[in-house]
Design a protein around this ligand. Structure first.
Ligand code: CTP
Length: 397
């Protein structure tokens, strides 16, 4: 399939390597549009980029104004690759600055963003750059490199642009295989809050990162995605329909409303209990005394309800467990899978150093016959393995 790929080039010495990247992408049959910044054009000439991409090149928002080029390029892109991305360009992208064609194009796009940074080691390690990289990664940008090696001026360290072959390969992999094109996915993410009074709640530590990563990978595979976010602490992906909820009751209502999707994924950490009688006014210490207690009542099990309904969809649940022994962990998951009636269960080991938050995670995916997949790594890479297992389950009669 021919993809429309926008290659943003910023002004570093590695800009010359963008020529090789563009050439590779064109050779693969893609429609490539180069968007150099003004400073990139001091390192690499426009005629080179035009000849290699076989498309006109401009970096000026005031060119082709009638075509509304400053947003059209981004809106029409299937994939955006920024290579090289300098420290300055990372800062601008992280802040959503739109003072050149690359900035406006990235802001107008919903396509996946792949960034290949290149700069001196000190700049790459600077807290400002670390912060910008974290911001962009949280928003779903994929980073390729930088590599460690010899830098311009004789320095050696992290900061070399990744090789063009690797950038092309990893960027195209981000787009997925179209395996969910025409399919719908609803995924719940985050953790529910049960109100105690107007200022207090019972909650959990789920940031929503896993569910959001699943939503991103489903979008990349071409699915239409609804993300039911319970108190998300990470950025939701552009391109998904977002339904924001707070309590288990609201989450249940939203999930039942979207349960006609082809794939229903319950990645949210749901509170098993809610407060029996919430208060509309702030509870006061004077009235509560020294040893107050809160009466809890059980919440409905949303996953069980979705799984046990009359359905033709695929229902996927999660189980966050602290069990360390792998066999015992799978056994716990199997009991839960059968009790709830889901098609697949993603058993996710949580503890102090894995599971919740943006750290690396490790999961085992099971169906009623046993283990179907296992993965550990970043939430995004694990999400891809889970999506593979989900697609495979649907395809297996
Ligand atoms: N879940 C749900 N509704 C609830 C509780 C959990 O839909 N009231 C879903 C979660 O979204 C997850 C799966 O059920 O997909 C497993 O959640 P978990 O908390 O591990 O299961 P519990 O049944 O609460 O068992 P445990 O006693 O281990 O907490």
């Amino acid at each position: 399939m021919t993809l429309r790929i926008l290659v943003g080039i910023s002004g570093g010495i590695a800009a010359y390597k963008a020529a090789a990247l563009i050439r590779l992408l064109v050779q693969e049959g893609h429609d490539v549009h180069a968007v150099p910044t003004e400073s990139a054009l001091r390192f690499i000439g426009k005629p080179t980029l035009e000849a290699l991409s076989r498309n006109p090149v401009t970096s000026d928002v005031f060119d082709d104004v009638a075509e509304v080029r400053h947003v059209a390029l981004g809106q029409r892109a299937d994939l955006i690759i920024v290579a090289p991305a300098t420290a300055n360009t990372l800062a601008k992208l992280a802040n959503g600055q739109a003072d050149d064609l690359l900035g406006t194009s990235v802001l107008a796009a919903t396509a996946p963003l792949v960034i290949a940074p290149a700069m001196h080691t000190e700049m790459w390690r600077h807290p400002a750059t670390r912060h910008n990289v974290a911001t962009l990664a949280e928003r779903g940008a994929h980073f390729v490199g930088p590599d460690a090696g010899e830098l311009t001026g004789g320095d050696v360290g992290a900061g070399r642009l990744a090789e063009p072959e690797r950038i092309a390969q990893e960027a195209l992999a981000v787009l997925g295989d179209g395996s969910l094109r025409g399919r719908s996915v609803v995924v719940s993410a985050g953790g529910t809050h049960e109100s105690i009074d107007p200022v207090r709640f019972i909650g959990n530590r789920s940031s929503g990162a896993m569910g959001v990563a699943l939503a991103r990978r489903a979008l990349a595979r071409g699915a239409s995605v609804t993300l039911v976010g319970a108190n998300l602490q990470v950025a939701a992906p552009a391109g998904a329909d977002i339904v924001s909820v707070e309590s288990t009751a609201e989450l249940r209502e939203a999930m039942l409303r979207h349960a006609n999707a082809d794939f229903v994924i319950m990645a949210a950490a749901v509170s098993d209990y809610r407060v029996a009688t919430g208060s509309d006014t702030k509870l006061k210490k004077d009235a509560l005394g020294a040893n107050p207690s809160i009466e809890l009542i059980e919440n409905p099990d949303i996953l069980a309800e979705l799984a046990q309904a009359d359905r033709s969809n695929t229902v996927i649940g999660f189980a966050a467990e602290t069990e360390i022994d792998e066999d015992a962990l799978v056994a716990l998951g199997m009991t839960k899978l059968k009790r709830k009636g889901a098609d697949l269960l993603v058993v996710n080991r949580v503890g102090t150093d894995s599971g919740f938050g943006e750290r690396a995670t490790s999961v085992t995916v099971i169906d009623t016959d046993g283990i179907v997949a296992a993965a550990s790594g970043t939430k995004m890479s694990v999400a891809d393995v889970i999506m593979d297992a989900i697609v495979k389950h649907k395809e297996t009669p």
